[in-house]
Design a protein around this ligand. Sequence first.
Ligand SMILES: [Zn+2]
Length: 146
Amino acid sequence: MKRTGFKKKPTKPLKRTKLKKVSKQSISKLQRELWQECRRVADILYKPDCYTCPAKNLTGSNKQLGHVPYPKSTLGANLKYDMRVLRWQCFACNINKGGQGAEAYKRMLREEGKAYMDKLEADRQKSVKAYDYYLELLETYRTYEK
Ligand SMILES: [Zn+2]
């Protein structure tokens, strides 16, 4: 008997192949990189002196990049890595004294002015998509030179 061609096999509906995700790095790795950049930029912007006490020329573990005047835990993704709220602090102020928020606030208000503080306060209410925002910020900081 003459072959009439291949019998059509019943085909299973093709499984949709998942679009390969662009390999995304983990958010924690991104945050680590971002933090390194924050420290690098802080070295350009600020003297290595404690923002909230007379300690000068901080080095090593005594040179902490503190979140001031608001504690990090109260900041959303849009401000955690924002240079406006990051200043060098000694270990005692940043860790033992919880960031010395009140002192920091007074100094910041004195040096930066009311409009700056108001803008910060307003920005605290905003929210961003963390991952995308971090990528953007990392890009910005990487190009930051003296
Ligand atoms: Zn200090």
